[in-house]
Design a protein around this ligand. Structure first.
Ligand SMILES: [Fe+2]
Ligand SMILES: [Fe+2]
Length: 164
């Protein structure tokens, strides 16, 4: 049985994952409005992934006999100053999420909840991936600058996400 403390924290994380999805969908809308359909596609796939993360927590709470309680989700930003600014924001956001996942793991250890520890290990690995992906795109954008043919080529490449 889930402790009340852990259940509350996992419900909070459902909201955090849905906010991540909302943030990436807002970024997708920004890219659509700025004629970068490949970047927009990449962010849309990322938003769907965050939805899946929320559902993993949802299912875990249900499987453990707990009660899912959905919370209000904040409005994400509308405008961003550049594609680089978007991915810098993404990286900072994922670093914050990594901290939240680590705190959940620490709570699962403190509560002696072994299934929660196993479930959270998946997220610990996932955060390594998320930070790596965001860092790679930040570094590429810094290298190519934000205008011209290289940006268009990166847009095409990011448009291939999930299509290989
Ligand atoms: Fe996530
Ligand atoms: Fe991911």
């Amino acid at each position: 049985m889930l402790s009340k403390k852990l259940q509350d924290a996992l419900n909070e994380q459902i909201k955090n994952e849905l906010y991540s999805g909302y943030l990436y969908l807002a970024m997708s809308a920004y890219f659509e409005a700025n004629n970068l359909p490949g970047f927009a596609h990449w962010m849309r796939v990322q938003a769907a992934e965050e939805q899946d993360h929320a559902l993993k927590f949802f299912d875990f709470i249900v499987d453990r006999g707990g009660r899912v309680v959905l919370q209000a989700i904040d409005q994400p930003p509308v405008e961003f100053s550049s594609p680089l600014a978007v991915f810098e924001t993404t990286l900072q956001h994922e670093q914050k999420v990594t901290g939240l996942i680590n705190a959940l793991y620490e709570l699962a250890v403190a509560e002696n909840d072994y299934p929660a520890q196993v479930m959270l290990q998946w997220f610990i690995n996932e955060q390594v991936e998320e930070e790596k992906n965001a860092t790679q795109i930040v570094e590429t954008l810094k290298m190519i600058g934000e205008k011209g043919q290289a940006l268009i080529m990166l847009d095409r490449e990011l448009g291939q996400r999930g299509k290989e």
